[in-house]
Design a binder for this molecule. Structure first.
Ligand code: ADP
Ligand code: MG
Length: 361
């Protein structure tokens, strides 16, 4: 990937609502022509961040740059940044065509009718809605409304589009299809998408890079692979929903937890001692197995769940903590387990990620 200028950049952006700090000193930017996913739990500040970039809210401190220009004091309608709202926010009394044309008809500069027609048709085409121009929003499906909201933003030819949980209202099948389509549309248009989501699967699948927001701070900003392989703090590992996390004590180069003691080669700074092993790196053994690759965690088998390409096995430990094993079907047939039986879970300790209060090593 070539190095290019950021399309937008935030410097020390803070936004407070009364006593609550929704955005806490955000430094953040994105390369031009990229797909950025912004991942965070509900209330972490995702919408606030988009609203500040769009200009619907002013930051209390900090500056916002867009295309090399300081836009902190520029009104929203002069920024040229697209926004796709969580609830689509279509005009119910206008046709699809007129919904998409709205920004062009009501902008600061007059756009000739012939150009409006061309651009609206091109946008409607781009999102796959050709033929539906004369319908009203109540005559199309949820997925189609989502596309209208996108077309309405794209028709303005923005260099940056902010999408607030754009797939949240869609059912699972449609959501997956729209993920692919959003990526394709963005690639064709040479535009940057900043896509907010609360779903780690969606963020990791869609973003060229993923920013993880936690309580108003960006705690990690990296490629999906790096975030998946090396979450920077245990909160990110927890939020990714792909790790078994164990509390315990880190001492003299080993971690002491429910699985006994495991050797530790490196430690990431964290506010508590946490041991993390990915679901798909955790393996199942009989209680009398003698060939364990590492620590031994005694568990009882609860249930399994098919997820298409893999099976998730659920276990519980002696202290009633649920532990998951993800068996990818490309690795062969999963073994037969009996519900209620005891097993041992083990893993290669080199594949664990250890977080510690004293990240000395
Ligand atoms: P997210 O989109 O990640 O769910 P938000 O940005 O909507 O988070 O909200 C972040 C925090 O700021 C939340 O605690 C929310 O209650 C608070 N908040 C957001 N908007 C306002 C507002 N207009 N007035 C008061 N508090 C707000
Ligand atoms: Mg929100």
């Amino acid at each position: 990937m070539t190095q290019s200028d950021p399309i937008f950049r935030l410097e020390g952006v803070t936004r407070r609502y009364g006593n609550l700090t929704a955005l806490d000193g955000i430094d953040f930017g994105a390369e031009d022509n990229s797909y950025i996913a912004l991942l965070g739990p509900s209330g972490s500040g995702k919408t606030s961040l988009l609203r500040v970039i769009a200009g619907f809210e002013a930051p209390d401190t900090g500056r916002i740059w867009f295309q090399g220009r300081d836009i902190t004091d520029l009104p929203a309608h002069e920024r040229g940044i697209g926004f796709v709202f969580q609830n689509f926010a279509l005009f119910p009394h206008l046709t699809i065509f007129e919904n998409v044309a709205f920004g062009l008809r009501n902008g600061a500069t007059k756009v000739p009718d012939a150009e409006i027609t061309d651009r609206v048709r091109a946008s409607i085409d781009m999102v796959g809605l050709a033929g539906l121009e004369d319908r009203n929003p109540d005559q199309i499906s949820g997925g189609q409304k989502q596309r209208v909201a996108l077309a309405r933003s794209l028709v303005m030819q923005p260099k940056l589009v902010l999408l607030d949980e754009p797939l949240g209202a869609l059912d699972a099948n449609l959501r997956e299809r729209m993920q692919t389509e959003l990526r394709t549309i963005r690639e064709r248009l040479d535009v940057t998408f900043l896509h907010v989501t609360g779903s780690e699967t969606e963020a990791l699948a869609m973003g060229d890079r993923v920013a993880v927001l936690d309580a108003g701070r960006i705690v990690q900003y990296d490629t999906p692979d790096a975030i998946y392989d090396r979450p920077i703090i245990s909160d990110v590992a927890l939020f990714l929903n792909r790790f078994n996390l164990f509390e315990g004590t880190l001492k003299d180069g080993s971690f002491h937890g429910a699985f006994g003691a495991a050797p530790v080669s490196s430690v990431r700074a964290n506010d508590s001692d946490v041991y993390a092993i990915r679901y798909d790196r955790t393996r199942i053994f009989d209680t009398d197995a003698s060939d364990l690759p590492g620590p031994a965690l005694p568990v009882r088998y609860l249930a399994s769940e098919y997820l298409g390409s893999s099976i998730i096995f659920l276990f519980e430990t002696a202290d009633h903590k649920t532990v998951e094993v993800d068996h990818h079907l490309s690795l062969g047939e999963p073994r037969d387990l009996s519900v209620g039986q005891n097993y041992i879970l083990s893993w290669d300790p080199a594949q664990a990620i250890v977080f510690g209060k004293e990240a000395a090593q």
